[in-house]
Design a protein around this ligand. Structure first.
Ligand SMILES: Cc1cc2nc3c(=O)[nH]c(=O)nc-3n(C[C@H](O)[C@H](O)[C@H](O)COP(=O)(O)OP(=O)(O)OC[C@H]3O[C@@H](n4cnc5c(N)ncnc54)[C@H](O)[C@@H]3O)c2cc1C
Length: 383
């Protein structure tokens, strides 16, 4: 059977492409990349058109589609601009946790403004001493009467400096073994006393996203703020990573495709030794290989997203998609710089930014090493 996107999905792709080509400006991207600034205006415009809430139900102001449509939008955004596109799409990061595990009151409070683009969300798992291994958290939530007192530090948190609410993974039971059976997610509003965010700067790439360190010092919340079940936070987080990993894979596919297109066009036009450089096998064949890997990464990503939409989430598949697509993105963006030679190294030709933006896809939402471990664990169970 031929794999085909539906007319509706193709229409989403076209609409996103049209929006990006009209609104994204390479000069602006370079400037925000230099200043490390979030494109707030673009985020709000994209949200108003529904591009950031494709997978949210219409009753909360979303578009009622699924993760495949979200991946299509993410891919197209990052294809047109790897920095601006990602920043726009990542504004709602972590809010799937509220959608799938939150209470009705939490959904009503957070999701409509998020879908409208009035809110930005963040999700905080990583701590200074714990990134890949979150089976035990140093951030604790201890109950005194009706209140939970939260203390700890989270680091590298996307959107934290601009977020209206942050979902934080805490250790609520420090005695239980294994330790991950004692973790809980809490949603904390911006401005809650004891919650402080420091912007982290000098990132290699994705510099249009805002990253921050979150300090929690006697932050007081109640049971109302618990997202999902008490002491099930680790499981909810693992579930969330399976969704977010597919979005990272789509980011990687889009970034790779964008860099590839720039390189391909350049190779047809640039001449050396009296002919277009595309005619040199080392250039042309490398681009053919890159195109093949991008296509394979895209199909793996779409399959993983489609599987989630069918309610048959497959952690092995999501890890495979992220592992493969992120590797393809790093290779494609590297090849793009090489194809452009010295020009590729300069900011105005975009591909050096795509290269810097691509690298994070091998690190966040679980490093490539962690994806391989997940794949292996499932392979051993199945075969
Ligand atoms: C720009 C950016 C944005 C981020 N956004 C967020 C966010 O929004 N929320 C959030 O919670 N976190 C976020 N992160 C954190 C990110 O998810 C972590 O950096 C990542 O999971 C790796 O953790 P670590 O940095 O502590 O590295 P470590 O866990 O210390 O790993 C270091 C190295 O050891 C390897 N390693 C670790 N364990 C194993 C193992 N068992 N086998 C083989 N190799 C292993 C790793 O793969 C890596 O190569 C972000 C990070 C960055 C840089």
């Amino acid at each position: 059977m031929e794999f085909k996107l539906s007319e509706e999905q193709l229409e989403i792709k076209r609409a996103v492409r049209e929006f990006c080509e009209k609104e994204f400006d390479s000069e602006l991207a370079l400037e925000l990349d230099r200043k490390e600034e979030f494109p707030m205006e673009l985020y709000k415009k994209a949200a108003k058109l529904g591009f950031t809430s494709l997978a949210f139900p219409e009753e909360y102001g979303g578009q009622g589609y699924g993760y495949l449509e979200t991946c299509i939008a993410m891919e197209e955004m990052c294809r047109v601009d790897s920095s601006l596109g990602l920043a726009v799409m990542i504004g709602v990061f972590g809010s799937d946790l509220i959608l799938f595990h939150g209470t009705e009151e939490q959904k009503e409070k957070y999701l409509p403004p998020l879908c409208r683009g009035d809110y930005i969300s963040a999700a905080a798992f990583t701590e200074p001493g714990r990134g890949s291994d979150i089976t035990k958290m140093d951030t604790t939530a201890v109950k005194y009467g009706d209140e939970w007192w939260i203390n700890g530090t989270k680091t590298f948190i996307t959107n934290a400096p601009i977020a209206d609410f942050i979902i934080v993974l805490c250790q609520t039971d420090t005695k239980v073994r294994p330790t991950y059976r004692g973790q809980t997610l809490f949603v904390i509003d911006k401005g809650t006393p004891g919650l402080d965010v420091t912007k982290q700067t000098n990132k290699m790439g994705i510099r249009c996203t805002a990253t921050g360190e979150v300090s929690l010092s006697d932050v007081k919340v109640t049971d109302w703020n618990i997202v999902g079940e008490l002491n099930r936070g680790f499981y909810h987080s693992m579930w969330f990573f399976d969704i977010s990993r597919v979005a990272v894979a789509a980011q990687a596919v889009g970034t790779a495709q964008g860099a590839f297109e720039i390189a391909f066009k350049y190779a047809k036009e640039r001449e050396a030794f009296g002919q277009p450089i595309m005619q040199f096998q080392q250039i042309g064949c490398r681009l053919a290989e890159v195109a093949t890997e991008i296509e394979a990464a895209r199909l793996l990503t779409y399959k993983a997203a489609w599987t989630i939409d069918q309610g048959k989430m497959d952690p092995m598949l999501t890890s495979m998609a992220k592992l493969y697509a992120s590797k393809a993105a790093v290779k494609a963006t590297d090849a793009a710089i090489q194809t452009l030679g010295g020009y590729g190294y300069m900011g105005e030709y975009k591909v050096e930014r795509y290269y810097r933006d691509a690298k994070i896809t091998e690190i966040y939402e679980g490093t490539s090493e962690i994806q391989r471990l997940t794949i292996l664990r499932y392979l051993l169970r199945r075969f």
